[in-house]
Design a protein around this ligand. Sequence first.
Ligand code: PLP
Length: 451
Amino acid sequence: MRRAQRSRQETLSLRRQLIGSSCKLFYPNDPLKIVKARGQYMYDENGRQYLDCINNVAHVGHCHPDVVKAAHEQNQLLNTNSRYLHDNLTDYAERLSEKLPDKLCTFYFLNSGSEANDLALRMARQFTKHEDVIVLDHAYHGHLTSLIDISPYKFRNLGGQKEWVHVAPVPDTYRGLYREDHEDPVTAYANEVKNIIKQAHKKGRKIAAFFAESLPSVGGQILPPEGYFQKVAEHVHKAGGVFVADEIQVGFGRVGKHFWAFQLQGEDFIPDIVTMGKPIGNGHPIACVATTKEIAEAFAATGVEYFNTFGGNPVSCAIGLAVLDVIEKEQLQVHATEVGNFFMKLLMEQKIKHPLIGDVRGSGLFIGVDLIKDQAKRTPATEEAEYLIIRLKEEYILLSTDGPGRNVLKFKPPMCFTMEDAKFVVDTIDKLLTDMEKEHLNQEKTSTGST
Ligand SMILES: Cc1ncc(COP(=O)(O)O)c(C=O)c1O
């Protein structure tokens, strides 16, 4: 039976009363109450339609009927843990293995990206018998204690950096240490990791793993230069560590050209562990760790069982299989390339028109627009980005920001996002930026007294 709906204000008051205040809302001054969603659209309690440019979890589209049907049908039959034989589990692992390089052939299923990264950390330590981890600056790898420890984005505001954690600079060629004018940013950024390893060894510490998002998203929608991962992996392997690619935000065809974002680095790069989450279940809590036989065997060698009550249950696996089917049936990877290229082209045209736009970068439907206050220093235009997000909401477009300066507009829409949607978003941004520029000019005139 459906419960009667409360007013938005009542829901907000109850939420403030009952839900921990560290659970944040989008648009905190005027939060949305969303009651329904379909495809790339979300609807509030008054039936107003919003275009969702944020939600990479609803990967194949909100409430995709094939995914909903798969869940419903399996729910009517059986849902239990993975201690019984069930074809959904093995079929699903087989289908994922077809998407991955041959070497990554052993699978563990879990319920969240955080669980996946925590297991990857345990595996890396068990396999290497080392403890330390190298991570990229501003990275976020999850909310568990172990992952807060390896997430500079979080630990910088909490207990600080643990002695077993080492932070490497983000390979950002727009505003990082080595930029587009550097003769060899790949080697320069990889040498930073090499140096970190050297320093750690001097202190008698040993590297278990290098963790990186294949495309650092919280770090500001960054595309590491091609070949960086190969060079880093070389240094990390030499030190006896493993390379963990966090594909939790960016996997499953989002980047268009490839199914996995780490493949943007080139054919010759294969991580030792890949973690998956968010889009894998289109909103249902599923996550996965894929690794090599050697690492999986070393993990199992302790004799300690890995048991996860919900991980790999038949319903989750049915949903995961349906998501893969939809990606293939609707050719969403090709779609992401075509729509993404068109979107990027339109955004590039805006970059020429509006000085606030410093950089447009991306692949497929993973796009970042870096807003800057000035061309020379590339100072993050944080307030302008925040203002734009609020104005876009008034135009029924949901978008958010990322990056250490919270100035990068991040586009990660459901993969059914269309060229018309892209045009609508860019036209609206153009209109808003033009208004902002006019307002800025008027303010300048007023302050200088000119007419
Ligand atoms: C890159 C990355 N890794 C891991 C996680 C953690 O995933 P979850 O929230 O499903 O635990 C997140 C979540 O935002 C993420 O963005």
